[in-house]
Design a protein around this ligand. Structure first.
Ligand SMILES: Nc1ncnc2c1ncn2[C@@H]1O[C@H](COP(=O)(O)OP(=O)(O)OP(=O)(O)O)[C@@H](O)[C@H]1O
Ligand SMILES: [Mg+2]
Length: 504
């Protein structure tokens, strides 16, 4: 049944309505469909015959939009200008299509609405593409923001286009503040004033000076602080040319390196002092006896001489007394030196045990002998801090770990395990190796000075270690494992030691 369309007469309009590839629907004043063009048929799957006479909201509009559509329909009737809105159509097979509508009223001679002309554009696919694009962008952005280095993009003018989350952390600018500003705000002098020229030079000559290769630079934070960083720049063209900079803040790494170097230096230094102390103690011990003996012998000679009457002996007696005096003085110097060394104060403060262990391990494993050694660490969490002389404890650890490394030079299996744990009021540090173990002979003298099986060893590492651990009210022990290799355990008291330290 063809509707009677007085108002849109003529074959031309008819032709247009049927030819256009977009839905055109004409509604009567009550909302029932009077025209349903072939594009509408293709879009919805309903034939014109099925649609005509029914109200759009009864079958074409998705449920939750029905009321809105009805109210728009009423509004359209009262207005003369075209109205625009978007809604979803439900096709015969249940799909939803998003349509952007332009509606206009067709009025009779009295000015009443006789029809409403609705022309639509199906934007479903376009919206889906836009959505997918936005999603891809959001996805990319989330990757960039998860990137542990700062990611910054700039355009050909050097103006910042995007600024990742890490860039915000690293440089101290918010993305909104950074965008649109010249990237040279992130560069200290001399690069700061030169950067525009660098870009210009590259754009003119195509000569790549930094693109594609990482290079160390200094960068500048918002608060003016300069910091060492590694910069990697790449470029891509997306219509316009964009440069992407990846900036890795090296401050922390440099600090760790420096701290390791310092620790190594301090350890060597302390090691030398410790070694000197040990040697001095031994020398004092060794010398004291012969010196005492010499003094008594000289004393005895002078006594004997005194008993004789030879006048020539008088000078000799005086000289012998001087000898005794000098020997006593020598003994006294040695005694003082030994006391001084014994009293060498430990400088205690609170240190995180695991950190102390980690640093010592790093220092101990520097060097070629450590090649091929598999390190396994098992540092228990939540160990917290202990009162200790960090350098001294690290000296102990370095020596014990070095001994383990030395012991594994000849073995095929080279596994070093370093662990920490808490055992009955003590923090225990264990160093296990898969070396040959300690010989019975060595076990007896292990912590004595000059006990060594090594050609270049002094044999004082463990004796110093014992002195240090004793001064910390701790214990150091070694046992051979049944499976081969040995375990050194160092136990440092937890709370009790703090108390003891306070009393001292
Ligand atoms: N993990 C180990 N496995 C086997 N033997 C060991 C181990 N640790 C120590 N020893 C033995 O104990 C000895 C004494 O060790 P100590 O650290 O006191 O001296 P050193 O390593 O020989 O010399 P240095 O004074 O340079 O440290 C070593 O020479 C070695 O024989
Ligand atoms: Mg040693």
């Amino acid at each position: 049944m063809k509707p009677d369309l007085e108002d849109i007469d003529g074959a031309l309009s008819e032709l247009v309505i049927e030819t256009v590839d977009t839905p055109v629907v004409i509604l009567g004043a009550d909302g029932s469909i009077v025209r349903f063009n072939s594009a509408s048929e293709r879009l919805t799957g309903y034939f014109a015959d099925e649609a005509i006479g029914r109200k759009v909201w009864d079958f074409l509009i998705i449920e939750k939009e029905r009321d809105t559509v009805k109210s728009i329909f009423e509004k359209t009737q009262g207005e003369n200008t075209p109205t625009h809105f978007t809604n979803f159509w439900k096709t015969k097979d249940g799909q939803q299509r998003r349509i952007e509508w332009s509606n206009n009223t067709i009025r009779n001679k009295l000015g009443d609405v006789s029809y409403i002309l609705a022309t639509g554009i199906d934007v479903t696919d376009q919206v889906a593409t836009e959505f997918a694009l936005a999603e891809t962008q959001a996805y990319l952005r989330s990757i960039i923001d998860a990137c542990p280095v700062a990611v910054i993009t700039i355009n050909e003018q050097g103006l910042i286009q995007s600024f990742s989350t890490e860039a915000e952390h690293c440089f101290g600018y918010r993305e909104a503040e950074a965008i649109g500003r010249n990237v040279n705000i992130l560069i200290p002098e001399p690069g700061h004033s030169q950067h525009d020229r660098y870009i210009k030079h590259y754009l003119e000559t195509g000569e790549k000076k930094i693109i594609g290769r990482a290079r160390p630079i200094f960068a500048k934070r918002e608060n003016g602080e300069k910091f060492p960083a590694m910069l990697h720049v790449s470029e891509f063209k997306d219509g316009t040319r964009i440069f992407v900079g990846f900036v890795e803040d090296l401050t922390h790494q440099r600090m760790t390196e420096r701290r390791l170097e310092e620790t190594q230096f301090q350890l060597q230094h302390a090691g030398r002092i410790g070694a000197m102390g040990e040697i001095a103690t031994s020398i004092a011990h060794e010398l004291n006896q012969p010196l005492t003996a010499a003094a008594s012998l000289a004393g005895a000679v002078s006594l004997n001489l005194k008993k004789t009457d030879y006048p020539e002996t008088k000078d000799a007696i005086e000289l012998l007394e001087d000898v005794v005096g000098e020997i006593r003085r020598a003994s006294e110097i040695i005694r003082q030196m030994r006391d001084f060394i014994r009293k060498r104060k430990t400088e205690k403060s609170l240190h995180r045990v695991n950190k102390v262990v980690e640093e010592a391990t790093a220092v101990a494993l520097i060097g070629a002998e450590s090649a091929g050694i598999k390190l396994e660490t098992d540092l228990v969490e939540g160990l917290g801090e202990l009162q200790m002389d960090r350098i001294q404890i690290q000296q102990v650890l370095v020596n014990v770990i070095r001994n383990a490394v030395d012991a594994m030079q000849e073995t095929t299996e080279k596994r070093l395990k370093i662990s920490t744990s808490r055992i009955g009021g003590f923090v225990e540090i264990r160093v296990e190796d898969t070396g040959p173990g300690i010989t019975d002979e060595m076990m007896k003298r292990l912590f004595e000075p000059f006990a060594t099986s090594k050609e270049s060893g002094m044999g004082i590492g463990l004796s110093i270690s014992k002195t240090i651990i004793d001064a910390h009210q701790g214990k150091i022990n070694a046992i051979n494992k049944e499976s081969g290799g040995c375990v050194f355990t160092i136990n440092l008291p937890e709370g009790a030691y703090d108390e003891a330290a306070k009393r001292r």
